[in-house]
Design a protein around this ligand. Structure first.
Ligand code: URP
Ligand code: ZN
Ligand code: ZN
Ligand code: ZN
Length: 472
């Protein structure tokens, strides 16, 4: 049977291998990986390029309400265009339950926004902010059965925080339904205590956001969440780990045989709390939680990456405009760091930063890059073996990389809806030059060429990593 597309002359990189091979695609799937593939309707010359699984970013926020009069800078179209431009073929945003509302309704609302709007494939995690008896007893179990096999819970933020009892209740449902629970580990009360003390001392600039939530706050919450998960015997994913303190809690748990997984992000290997300093309100551009730390923390995160403490490297894309009353510079933000919306844009720059700082600088192998950027996301969140690798039978979700191309990250070359990038002027070696989703070219040389709406909402399976230890 004639192939739809052949990618010829490239170097195929997977989490396991790096080999010179051609890739043949038919009906959106990879049907042959071989020395030489002939007879395709279309051909791409990939000589000099690396043929890698398209990036899967399992932690992005799109069109989430973020407080009164605050709006996120991306809708599903701009976020997924930005993702595709950055070499991604799949993103996982969150369906956020607002307190007092049904989780099912939240899911339907987000689906309606994403339907027909996306350039790459997507699947939603849930955010549980109101674990009522109906949510715990009916909605969550039913949603897991419908393919929403992971959910995030928060240990901080006024509108999202769960107390310890509520965390335990949600963990118990996750265990019962074999869902993977993601935990935002920062302590609510400690942050509140610190923030109020800083405010009383007149320390209200964006920089004090970082001072108000030091590593000890993250470490304590990480340990507490791990303890709860151990008690309930449920696997868990600690998201956006920022430095050594939290990482060592996770390593300790892993060495005891607990199924504790961890995610880190570009900001924790490239930015520091000093970036939150800056003239006037410029520091607000870097306000995210947990905040970036210091150079030693960056080294600690690399140590955790190379030693296998971290399974996934995500962006935590959470974009707000800087120069906007609905974004970082909202009227209240000048009165205190507490009102600066938390989050930074990063879905488009995640892979170039990991490639450049990791592969090009010799810290990680190309195979490790693929594992951290695509394969493990698919495995963790129930998308494998449909997504996440290059091999016969996988969806043809592919990024072509020029491993030696030099680029400088600048706002003007990005496709997100934010009006800045935290990495303005950051030099990288290695850049995605083409993104292919299910056999269709969606990005070529920085231009979005796919049609809006080609991206599908994918139903996920259970994660193999979510099975309780006692059942393994
Ligand atoms: O500051 C951040 N990271 N905002 C996004 C929401 C979250 O906690 O992941
Ligand atoms: Zn099931
Ligand atoms: Zn979080
Ligand atoms: Zn996040």
């Amino acid at each position: 049977k004639r192939l739809d597309l052949a990618i010829r002359g490239g170097t195929v990189v997977t989490a396991a291998d790096m080999v010179r091979a051609d890739v043949g695609i038919s009906e959106g799937r990879i049907v042959v990986v071989a020395d030489a593939v002939e007879g395709a309707a279309d051909e791409i010359d990939a000589s000099g390029l690396w043929v890698m699984p398209g990036g899967i970013d399992s932690h992005v926020h799109i069109a989430q309400p973020s407080g009164p009069d605050i709006v996120m800078a991306d809708d599903f179209t701009s976020a997924t265009a930005s993702a595709a431009a950055g070499g991604n073929t799949f993103v996982m945003p969150f369906a956020l339950q607002e307190r007092g509302t049904s989780l099912r309704e939240a899911v339907e609302g987000y689906r309606a926004l994403a339907e027909g709007a996306c350039h790459v494939d997507t699947a939603f995690h849930l955010i549980v902010s109101d674990p009522s008896p109906a949510v715990l007893g009916q909605e969550l179990p039913a949603l897991v059965k419908d393919g929403y096999t992971s959910f995030k819970v928060f240990m901080t933020y006024d509108d999202l925080v769960l107390n310890d009892r509520q965390l335990l209740d949600v963990f118990a449902v996750a265990r019962e339904e074999r869902a993977l629970v993601m935990v935002h580990c920062e302590g609510y009360d400690t942050i509140k205590f610190m923030a109020e003390r800083l405010e009383r001392a007149g320390k209200v600039a964006p920089y004090y956001h970082a001072v108000s939530r030091p590593e000890i706050v993250e470490r304590e919450a990480t340990h507490r969440a791990i303890s709860h998960a151990e008690l309930v015997d449920v696997p868990m994913m600690v998201v956006h780990v920022s430095g050594r303190e939290a990482m060592e809690q996770i390593r300790w748990a892993q060495q005891r045989g607990l199924k504790v997984y961890a995610e880190t992000c570009p900001q924790y290997v490239t930015l520091t709390a000093d970036d939150l300093q800056g003239l006037n309100m410029e520091g607000a551009k870097y306000v995210c939680s947990p905040p970036p730390r210091d150079a030693e923390s960056q080294a600690a995160i690399w140590e955790g990456i190379t030693q296998g403490v971290f399974q996934v490297f995500s962006s935590d894309h959470c974009p707000f405009r800087y120069d906007s009353p609905a974004g970082k510079l909202n009227p209240k933000a000048r009165t205190s760091f507490r009102w600066v919306p938390n989050g930074i844009p990063g879905v488009e720059t995640r892979l170039p930063i990991l490639f450049s700082e990791g592969v090009s600088k010799g810290r990680i192998t190309p195979q490790k890059f693929v594992e951290l950027s695509a394969t493990n996301h698919a495995k963790m969140y129930g998308l494998y073996p449909r997504k996440g690798s290059i091999g016969v039978g996988f969806d043809a979700d592919i990024a072509l990389w020029d491993p030696s191309r030099r680029e400088t990250i600048r706002q003007e070359i990005l496709h997100h809806g934010a009006d800045y990038t935290p990495w303005e002027g950051f030099d990288v070696v290695g850049w995605p030059v083409m993104t292919i989703v299910r056999g269709r070219i969606v990005m070529r040389d920085g231009a979005i060429v796919g049609e809006r709406g080609f991206g599908e909402i994918v139903r996920r399976d259970h994660s193999a990593y979510a099975s309780p230890a006692a059942a393994a």
